[in-house]
Design a binder for this molecule. Structure first.
Ligand SMILES: CC(C)(COP(=O)(O)OP(=O)(O)OC[C@H]1O[C@@H](n2cnc3c(N)ncnc32)[C@H](O)[C@@H]1OP(=O)(O)O)[C@@H](O)C(=O)NCCC(=O)NCCS
Length: 170
């Protein structure tokens, strides 16, 4: 497996993988109609200098992507928000672990980054197990934050990880 920076040419593969992933309720927040190819390209281009957008490749095929996005406002610019999607058919093979480990190493090398945060649906137990294994701790529960259908809601769990805490422990 190889992890490299995403390039605009990856946009189609990432867009298609997210379209397939959102078909399963309770994983990603976006609705299919809210995922458009152009915004994938824009986000990859905008990531330069504003975080790290990476893809995982196995035998030349893009099998997962992850984005650490720096918050834009000065007071929270030490915080990155993590988004990760391992592409359908490739989950449970270590790609998510490798993507997060890669981004954690990247974050440790950026002195200005003091925190990585994420939101995960409370029903996404596999994802929460992965984050906990990688050192993320639960910071709060946002009740009924995500609507699954007209009358069904799911809580979001806020989790955080601190690169400097890791350095100080070593
Ligand atoms: C949640 C997600 C990111 C996890 O990534 P992943 O690549 O499936 O995770 P990994 O394979 O690294 O680890 C998952 C499990 O597989 C196991 N595993 C890792 N490598 C393995 C291998 N080679 N063979 C078998 N199992 C393996 C891990 O030990 C882990 O076990 P656990 O279930 O006890 O935690 C991924 O499933 C995903 O993108 N899902 C859809 C979108 C989503 O939910 N995104 C998160 C939104 S917050």
């Amino acid at each position: 497996m190889q992890i490299r920076d995403a390039v605009p040419e990856d946009a189609v593969a990432l867009w298609q993988a997210e379209l397939e992933t959102v078909a399963v309720p309770g994983r990603l927040v976006s609705a299919p109609s809210e995922l458009d190819l152009a915004s994938f390209r824009t986000k990859i281009q905008a990531a330069v200098g504003r975080g790290s957008y990476v893809v995982a490749e196995v035998d030349g095929l893009v099998c997962g992507h992850a984005y650490l996005e720096l918050m834009p406002l000065a007071a929270v610019r030490h915080v990155c928000r993590l988004t990760i999607v391992v592409h359908p058919g490739h989950t449970g093979t270590g790609i998510g672990t490798a993507l997060i480990a890669h981004l954690q190493e990247w974050a440790r090398r950026q002195p200005e980054i003091r925190k990585i945060e994420l939101l995960v649906r409370a029903s996404n137990v596999g994802a929460m197990r992965l984050y906990a294994r990688m050192g993320f701790v639960e910071e709060g529960r946002l009740r009924e934050r995500v609507r699954l259908d007209a009358e069904t809601f799911v809580d979001d769990i806020a989790m955080g990880w601190f690169p400097r805490a890791h350095v100080e422990r070593r």
